[in-house]
Design a protein around this ligand. Sequence first.
Ligand code: SF4
Length: 677
Amino acid sequence: MTATDTHCPYCALQCGMTLTPEIPRVRLEPRDFVVNKGGLCAKGFSAADLLDHSDRLLTPLVRKGQGLREASWDEAFDRIVDAIESAQKAYGRDSVGAFGGGGLTNEKAYALGKFVRVSLKSSSIDYNGRFCMSSAATAANRSLGVDRGLPFPLEDVASARTVLIVGANPAEAMPPSMQYLEGTRFIVADPRRTKTAAGAYLHLQPLPGTDLALANGLLHIAIREGYVDEDYVARRTTGFEAVRSATNAYWPERVERMTGVPETQLRQTVRLLATEGPAMILTARGAEQHSNGTDTAQAFLNLALALGLVGRPFSGYGTITGQGNGQGGREHGQKADQLPGYRKLDDPAARAHVAAVWGIDPDELPGPGRSAYEMLTDDRLKVLMVLASNIAVSAPNSNRVLQQLRKLDFLVVSDIFLSETAALADVVLPAAQWAEEEGTMTNLEGRVIRRRRALPPPPDVRTDLEVLAELSRRLGRAESSDPRTVFEELRRASAGGIADYAGITYERIEQEDGVFWPCPAEDHPGTPRLFADTFPTPSGKARLIPVVHQDPAEMPDRSFPYVLTTGRNMQHYQSGNQTRRVRALTVALPEPRAEIHPDLARRHGIADGDLVELRSRRGAAVLRARLSDGIRPDTVFAPFHWPGANALTNPALDPHSRMPAFKACAVAISLHTEGTE
Ligand code: SF4
């Protein structure tokens, strides 16, 4: 039996592991890859349990009345192509769309974007990264000229002395990454005393939705106390004076009132960042998934630039990507406004370059489409194809999204299990899993790595590349289903773009422990560290942009007096479609727990373990209570790995990134009595 080196199917750390097919099961062992250095979390250790899981989809399914029945691939493809052609004839090309995922390989994300723009000739495509990284990406693009989550390797974090982590819980979400924080003094800003916050040197506990005020307050102190790196600001940035004016109003006493973070902690944080370097600021979804998420990420970028951190050794600003290929998935064209190589669909030069690679006229390319929530709730969308995403659970205001999915003329879902979304589909396609296919992923550092095939997929299961190629053929266009061939085309399509993969080959990835983009030529070493000398902006300088605090789109009131924030548990991943089927993980955490402060619980007669009902203006969810004095008394936390939390969340969109406000909405809470166990 041959051992195959590959990577974990879950988060963006992409830990290395080795798979050895054995009878009756596959043996999975941690691998001493440069990122995880032999570490794996519980999710990674149990990932092989999914390969032969009894819930696995092994044949196409087609709708028959209220249920689904087994069908041949021919029948499934016939039905899909009929639905596409009928809808486009009746309602126009954009009535047919696709929804992708940040777990797709680079090859699949690229092929899906091309399939929609070229074979369907539709602008209707977006993906679940819109719900994940879009605000951080928008802020980084406009300020630094490029969006690569970490513009430095993770190993640089270990050499930093002070690290401010805003809205991230790596101790639960990606435990092996904590080894890089061990020697640092890290400060955590989070409304909850998470596992990460519990180990921090300092824990700032801001009210959800006030991180921008927190960042502006820190910058205000830095300016007043003379910590701004004036030389760096003059040489390497533009816009500082406007930011200085904008932060005038964020004096410490006011910021303490807005955020709940004591003035002494604000001052201590600034002093540590400015004087106990090298220093880094890392943000994540807690700061970014808001209706002002782009401006909030910008506020922390402004702080990092004013302190002269960005581009300095073992210093900088970064954002922690969550999904396995969240980075590569946002570079190669499955986003509504984007072409491969991080090119923009509304840029004539980008259209000309990509159209030439695709052998079409640039005028044939559709324009930018609608963002995820807007597309999913638009009556003009009649046929939707979903790959590697469980939007019935993961989209905000999920009751509204479910209603719209049921209204579609035709829904196609490709997945490995019958997810909540697949259960609504007219055609379900059984997809190959991570260990059964070849491809590349780009991890949270911008390191392009190989996902290798360790065993063949079950006989009647296909890869998404095979599905897209067959659908294209039936729609009149020949496309390859071979990952290496698709990657070679991706290299050409990305050449000269911001995310330039032209010099990356499968062979180089093998030899070099991955290759960092941009890598414009095969003799180019790749770019582990960005911004040492310049920024890829027209002026070569980073832009500071003034931003001001705005209240969350929905504030607590008499009817909905508390703030709900959502997030992750260590044992589960994303919508839970995979991890809720792994016995070791469900035994460890079988159900979602609403985290509630004992004072709040007392007010409502709630005891630890009671079922509570959370209600927002959009829906309700029943969860078991977990009392914790580690959460603010005005805030409730619910994990999003099960159906429920997103029935409550607010779909108000960030005006720049179109990111929904997942992390703050107003809720009421009560003891749940009906059906109490
Ligand atoms: Fe997998 Fe992420 Fe866990 Fe590593 S940290 S084993 S990549 S889920």
